[in-house]
Write a protein that binds this ligand. Structure first.
Ligand code: FE2
Length: 196
């Protein structure tokens, strides 16, 4: 079974739109570079020909570091809009004021590392276990990411908690960016298929 990514008519996931908090653009780029992605910042890097000036607000995050397609197989990350940031600030104030709400949020966050497969996430395909392990090491060793990215264990076939013999998986949860509510963060899965 091969991936069908070369078929121009294939229906597939093509991108995810992420947001980050004001002032955290560089740290978000650092996180995705540690994950092994190539990150282009149109605000500071030379603009490639296939990227228009409208790209300015967005970090262009190529999942495959050798890719230059700006439409498929990407994350885009931009600063959260004021309308969402106001909501996030209100939510954070409420979390500070309401102990029961804060406890529920803490328990949910903790569960990202305990039952990662069953919690929301975006999945990245890695070409080899070596590359997956290298990404885990980079994230774990970066002091700037220490409080901002939490790794789960690596799930290997035959080991406790492993979900499928065809894959090796690990997960990282971060509050640096999100495809939804920023305050509760975003989990990513790093996955290697063993059946290809
Ligand atoms: Fe998954």
């Amino acid at each position: 079974m091969a991936r069908n990514l070369c078929d121009p008519n294939a229906k597939m996931l093509n991108h995810a739109e992420l947001v980050y908090a004001p002032g955290e653009r560089d740290l978000v780029a650092r996180f995705f570079r540690a994950l092994g992605c190539r990150v282009l910042d149109p605000q500071t890097d030379p603009l490639p020909e296939n990227l228009g000036p409208a790209a300015g607000p967005y970090l262009i995050i190529y999942l495959d570091a050798g890719d230059d397609d700006v439409i498929d197989n990407l994350f885009y990350a931009s600063e959260v809009l004021p309308v969402q940031w106001e909501f996030e600030k209100s939510l954070r104030a409420q979390l500070s004021a309401d102990k029961a709400l804060a406890e529920a949020e803490r328990a949910m966050r903790k569960n990202f590392a305990q039952q990662p497969q069953a919690m929301t996430h975006l999945g990245l395909a890695f070409p080899s276990v070596d590359e997956l392990e290298a990404a885990v090491e980079r994230i774990g060793a970066d002091p700037e990411l220490a409080d901002r990215a939490q790794l789960s264990k690596i799930y290997r076939p035959g080991e406790p908690g492993h979900a499928d013999e065809r894959v090796v998986q690990t997960f990282v949860h971060t509050d640096l960016c999100s495809g939804g509510v920023l305050t509760t963060g975003q989990q990513f899965e790093l996955q290697v298929r063993l059946d290809l």
